[in-house]
Design a protein around this ligand. Structure first.
Ligand code: OSB
Ligand code: MG
Length: 371
């Protein structure tokens, strides 16, 4: 595979409702979309997951734009790769971090390879499932009552998991209310780094609510303090932000910093890195699941394909298009069955959905063509 051109765009897609986590709120998603064209004229799409602000990881859409333009694209354009798995090592050689920027291009090359071979992306990645169990990620609500209403509606819609975003002051009362209203539901909490070890006693109170896991309660780049916390908790700690590579997943296991990993391909530099983390966790008996970053239908296709691998044994944050957008940028839009399953598109090559280029043109606020 050899790329001839990358068209980089930013689109703005308004969320149907604001999404609030401990570190900030999003109302309109600024999304990086890439159109990659190879030397034979085959074109495919991919998506970058960096958000407007560097409040999840150090990357943001504006820094990823620079990184893709100045450092990722020049390492990939015009260069022959025998297999997309060779792209990530080429990017890692002399270029640190910037995993979201790397992933946006690296994942595009996997999509390209799938498209060229005429196989679904899920098959190229080694997927074994034809549908993905799906959970909903509920942003912080204005009251426990509103959370309860949303959680009940989600369970009624068929979701297999409800993830409750928490922050200091919006934690125990919220989780307790959800648990009392839904005694048997698969519930979990995600703190997005809102706590420190000073909060050990409070976090230990969450053990009373039989949560599937508590996601990233401590600092975004921490492993050692999470190990201390995991020793105090019965509930499994799941790491998101801290797992930026296979090495960090190994460190998590070595230190006992967590028992579950949320894999987001955008966070770890793309599919090759995601597959390595998946394979390692599978061998170690560590369950993984696929997280989300409020992706459009393009990024969602990548996440759904990845989540079809055998180690993804917990429901992913892979809600259908309508949970996020009044209209997605792909056809067909992503849907969920009434028992909470998102079908993997196994009858079309590549992403398995078609991209609505006219609509994307209308949503585009900046665009650059890289050769
Ligand atoms: O921590 O998993 C997270 C969205 C943006 C940034 C961080 C996170 C999230 C989500 C959204 O939880 C999950 C989704 O895309 O549905
Ligand atoms: Mg998270």
């Amino acid at each position: 595979i050899r790329l001839e051109q990358i068209t980089l765009r930013e689109i703005r897609l308004p969320l149907r409702e604001p999404f609030r986590i401990s570190s900030g709120e999003v109302t309109e998603r600024r999304i990086t979309l890439l159109e990659l064209r190879d030397v034979d004229g085959v074109t495919v799409w991919s998506e970058g997951v960096a958000g407007e602000l560097p409040n999840y990881s150090p990357e943001a859409i504006d820094t990823a734009w620079i990184a893709i333009t100045n450092w990722v694209a020049p390492r990939v354009l015009g260069r022959e790769f025998a297999h997309p798995r060779d792209v990530f090592p080429a990017l890692e050689a002399d270029f640190r971090g910037n995993m979201m920027a790397k992933a946006a291009v690296e994942m595009g090359l996997w999509v390209l390879e799938a498209q060229r071979r005429g196989v679904p992306l899920a098959s190229l990645l080694g997927g074994t499932r034809d549908a993905i169990a799906t959970g909903i990620s509920l942003g912080i609500q204005s009251s426990p009552e509103r959370l309860v209403a949303k959680a009940q509606a989600a369970i009624a819609e068929g979701y297999r998991k409800v993830k409750i975003k928490i922050a200091p002051g919006q934690d125990i009362a919220y989780v307790r209310a959800a648990r009392e209203a839904l005694p048997d539901a698969p519930l979990m909490a995600d703190a997005n780094n809102a706590y420190t070890l000073d909060d050990l006693d409070l976090l230990a109170e969450l053990d009373a609510f039989d949560l599937m896991m508590i996601e990233q309660p401590l600092a975004w780049d921490d492993l050692v303090q999470h190990a201390t916390l995991q020793q105090r908790l019965r509930t499994p700690v799941c790491l998101d932000e801290s797992i930026t590579s296979l090495d960090r997943a190994r460190d998590m296991v070595t230190l006992g910093a967590g028992r579950i990993v949320n894999i987001k391909p955008g966070r770890v530099g793309g599919f090759a890195s995601s597959l390595a983390i998946h394979d390692y966790c599978f061998a170690q008996g560590i369950p993984v699941w696929c997280g989300g970053m409020l992706e459009s239908g393009v990024g969602r296709a990548c996440n759904v394909a990845l989540a079809s691998l055998p180690g993804f044994t917990k429901p992913g944050d892979l809600s259908p298009s309508a949970r996020y957008w009044s209209q997605d940028v792909v056809t067909p839009e992503w849907t969920m069955t009434n028992d909470g399953m998102v079908p993997v598109p196994l009858h079309a090559p590549g992403l398995g959905v078609s991209v609505d280029v006219d609509r994307i043109d209308n949503l585009t606020v900046r665009r650059v063509v890289l050769h």
